[in-house]
Design a protein around this ligand. Structure first.
Ligand SMILES: C[C@H](O)[C@H](C)C(=O)SCCNC(=O)CCNC(=O)[C@H](O)C(C)(C)COP(=O)([O-])OP(=O)([O-])OC[C@H]1O[C@@H](n2cnc3c(N)ncnc32)[C@H](O)[C@@H]1OP(=O)([O-])[O-]
Length: 754
């Protein structure tokens, strides 16, 4: 067949399916694929219905694309068929390209010509959008002549969240359909628009509360035989406005500011820009070029790894063999929170918003009233933000711990003091009905020590929330040696119900997140001793992609939090001088943080910490000349000579010490796999998502390289145990650094903890 040409449309431009070679490749690829995953049927006599079948989200795998091409040809060739509807099985239109295929050799018909085939069709093609139309799924719909959506559907081009850009015409068709500003916003954020918003923007033609497929079939009948010239989006000129240059400039500034080193958002702006400056076909070439640059990038690999890692952590397992699919959670309808400080208030809000009845206990009347007010305000603001109903009526407040006698699960959230927590667990064990799960929000104390205060230690687990607890997505669920699989399963399910990403981890000091933070902070302190400033270290970490460097985070969370933990560990020795001041248990120790705390410099809350702030509670960190002077005086007092430390060394020492502890945690069986650690660090500690997570990053840099650098630094600093390479990283490097998904095979099964 020669080049296919379709004559003019309302704007008189031509559209072209490129050439015979492309057509031939198009059909040859189709032949040898396994099973076609698009079902063809005819309804109402004249409507051909193509149903995508690739559960759970009908991703556009090679077989689905093959099915669409075959069934489209069939619909176009059947004379009885006057119009076509494309829909998805199981109430989901399409979740986009099949991300699992990205790391494999691409097979089957390519997406772009497939969508051209639909757009060029002489019979109207209507997309029936239910559930989701995302990425390639929305691009497929944009190739159709009409789009009907169910009112609960969500539509978007989230490729940027996978380190990519819409590579099947989305950057060229969407601006032509809805204008540049709206298209830029959707494509650079990757957010999902509701059906109502999609209608308002002009992405869809109709929204229905009933079956979108039925509505689409009726609609398809109504447009059969009508001219489609005005319905082929690729033929539209891109809407222009005098301030277009300014719009692109602003968009580029915004993405550069918010991307923190991620390259996809910037490239998305460049691709949309082509829709304005180039004719459609040239714009598509530009889109393809830019897509290819991203497709092979380390960042795209990292973001796609993270996409699956965040889903993998729900499939938890423990060293003793307890697993997500063999341990049944027990239903929880009524929960309680003990202690309504900052964390307790956030947890109460999160539970109420998840639809649970909550008993909120604070023994001090005054604090209870303050907490009640704070919780109400948080509920109102959050309900407004989410457009959700208020959940005030879900919460019952009480000064008496007796009030929790009939709940299914208790979360203790009093401040971090073991003696106080033990007393509360003893009380709860006596008050609560048999079988009540007793959970603690401790950020690092021994779960089993608390369990030993109760009659049913098997019902005790840790539920470690992150501040603010009603906002942060991460929940570390900590199982002790006596926690039952049912208790773990129930806490994991609770997290999901509260909209959290739950990660199951074993019981040890600091669990996973805070345990890895210790060597990271330690290195940061040592760098200050050796000549760096907080600004320099933070700049290096922020250039790497962290939202805030280690010293700004320390000021935000309060230096006194770590000081209290170090005191409890017997590390703080006020007034110590000479060599011993910087040695603890034979290892190097830096008292810098302790010395600042002894002077009341707790960070933002006191207006002074590693930085200065305009007032207590201030948020804007400014370099503090006093601190620079204090560091010089400290170095002189300890006979330390400041030296210029290059950025690479700062980065390597902080990150590799953290990563090394990650490998130790895997070896100890505290985390089941690298995904668990990476999800914890991305969601809980601001590790840049486009770097995949600390363990993925180690793989990307190269385990042999990380090992070599750790060995180098440990040689220079032999009394810093955090730099001594963990045997697991040695083992993996010696086994030619297998891909991350195979690391579990090299982890020796530690003695059971559960
Ligand atoms: C050319 C083109 O321009 C480009 C290049 C692209 O198109 S790039 C692709 C762009 N598309 C996306 O970015 C959408 C990604 N998916 C989602 O956002 C969500 O999945 C969802 C659609 C909103 C459903 O959420 P959910 O909460 O109901 O279920 P789930 O647990 O998340 O997902 C359920 C199961 O489906 C798997 N899954 C979901 N989307 C997938 C996809 N696009 N490809 C492959 N697997 C996918 C997921 O791993 C999980 O598997 P498992 O863990 O059970 O084994």
């Amino acid at each position: 067949m020669g080049a296919a040409v379709h004559s003019g449309n309302r704007r008189g431009t031509k559209i072209v399916v490129k050439d015979d070679a492309e057509e031939k490749k198009f059909n040859n690829n189709t032949k040898d694929l396994l099973d076609i995953m698009a079902f063809y049927s005819r309804v109402s006599g004249s409507v051909g219905v193509i149903t995508l079948q690739n559960p759970p989200v009908n991703a556009l795998s090679a077989a689905v694309r093959q099915g669409i091409v075959d069934t489209m040809h069939r619909a176009l060739s059947e004379p009885e068929v006057k119009s076509v509807v494309i829909c998805g099985q199981n109430g989901k239109f399409c979740g986009g390209a099949d991300i699992r295929e990205f790391r494999a050799n691409m097979r089957g018909p390519p997406l772009v010509p497939m969508i051209h085939l639909i757009e060029a069709a002489e019979k109207p093609v209507v997309a029936a959008i239910e559930g989701v139309a995302l990425g390639g799924g929305l691009e497929l719909a944009l190739g159709c002549h009409y789009r009907i959506a169910h009112s609960k559907a969500r539509l978007g081009l989230p490729e940027v969240t996978l380190g990519l850009l819409p590579g099947a015409g989305g950057t060229q068709r969407l601006p032509r359909l809805i204008g540049v500003p709206a298209a830029l916003e959707l494509i650079t954020t990757g957010r999902h628009a509701t059906a109502a918003e999609a209608l308002q923007l002009g992405i869809v033609d109709e929204v229905t509360d009933h079956s979108a497929v039925d509505a689409a079939v009726k609609f398809a009948q109504s447009v059969a035989g009508k001219s489609l010239d005005a319905r082929r989006i690729s033929t539209y000129p891109c809407p222009r406005s005098p301030d277009l240059a300014e719009i692109f400039e602003k968009a580029m500034q915004e993405v550069r500011r918010s991307a923190r080193g991620a390259i996809a958002p910037v490239t998305c702006v460049q691709a949309v820009h082509a829709s304005v400056t180039l004719p459609y076909a040239k714009g598509m070439e530009r889109e393809r070029e830019l897509f290819s640059t991203l497709f092979t990038s380390g960042q795209a690999h990292a973001l796609q790894y993270y996409f699956f890692a965040q889903r993998a952590v729900s499939r938890w397992s423990t060293p003793s063999g307890a697993r997500w699919d063999t341990s049944k959670p027990r239903p929880v309808h009524k929960a309680a929170v003990i202690g309504l400080g900052t964390m307790g208030r956030g947890i109460t809000v999160s539970l109420a918003q998840a639809g649970l009845s909550v008993v909120a206990v604070e023994t001090q009347e005054k604090q209870l009233l303050e907490a009640k007010q704070a919780v109400s305000g948080m509920l109102e603001r959050s309900a407004k933000r989410r457009g959700a109903p208020l959940a005030h009526d879900k919460i019952k407040y009480s000064c008496s711990i007796q009030a929790v006698a009939d709940v299914d699960l208790v979360i203790e959230a009093v401040f971090e003091d073991m003696a106080l927590k033990k007393t509360i667990f003893q009380q709860l064990s006596g008050i609560c009905k048999p079988g009540t799960f007793l959970c603690t929000n401790t950020s690092g104390l021994d779960i089993d020590e608390l369990a030993s205060q109760t009659q049913s230690p098997e019902l005790v687990v840790g539920m470690h929330f992150f501040a603010p607890a009603h906002v942060m997505k991460l929940l570390e669920v900590v199982y002790g040696p006596r926690s039952s699989p049912e208790a773990l399963a129930t806490a994991m399910e609770m997290g999901k119900k509260m909209g959290k990403v739950s990660v199951a981890v074993g019981n040890c000091r600091g669990f996973v997140g805070n345990r890895m933070l210790k060597p990271y902070l330690e290195q940061a302190f040592f760098l200050l001793e050796e000549g760096a400033t907080p600004e320099q270290v933070d700049q290096v970490l922020e250039e790497f992609g962290f939202a805030m460097g280690v010293f700004k985070v320390s000021d935000l969370s309060g230096l006194d939090v770590g000081w209290k933990v170090r005191k409890a560990d017997g590390l703080v020795v006020p007034g110590s001088t000479g060599k011993s001041a910087r040695i603890r248990g034979g290892s190097r120790y830096s008292p810098l943080g302790d010395l600042l705390c002894e002077q009341g410099r707790f960070g933002q809350k006191t207006g002074r910490g590693w930085y200065q702030y305009d007032k207590p509670g201030g948020r804007v960190a400014k370099p503090d000349p006093w601190l620079h002077g204090f560091l010089e005086e400290y170095r002189a007092r300890h006979g330390l000579v400041a030296r210029r430390i290059d950025h690479q060394e700062m980065l390597e020492r902080c990150l590799y010490a953290l990563i090394n502890e990650g490998f130790q945690i895997l070896q100890d069986g505290i985390a089941a796999g690298p995904e668990d650690i990476d999800v914890i660090y991305v969601l809980g500690y601001g590790w840049p998502r486009h770097r995949g997570g600390p363990m993925f990053y180690a793989g990307l840099v190269g385990l042999d390289k990380v090992l070599e650098r750790l060995e180098h630094y440990h040689q220079v600093y032999p009394n810093v145990s955090g730099l001594k390479p963990c045997s697991l990283i040695r083992k993996l490097a010696a086994s030619s650094s297998p891909p991350i998904h195979r690391w579990r095979e090299f982890i020796q099964k530690p003695r059971s903890q559960l």
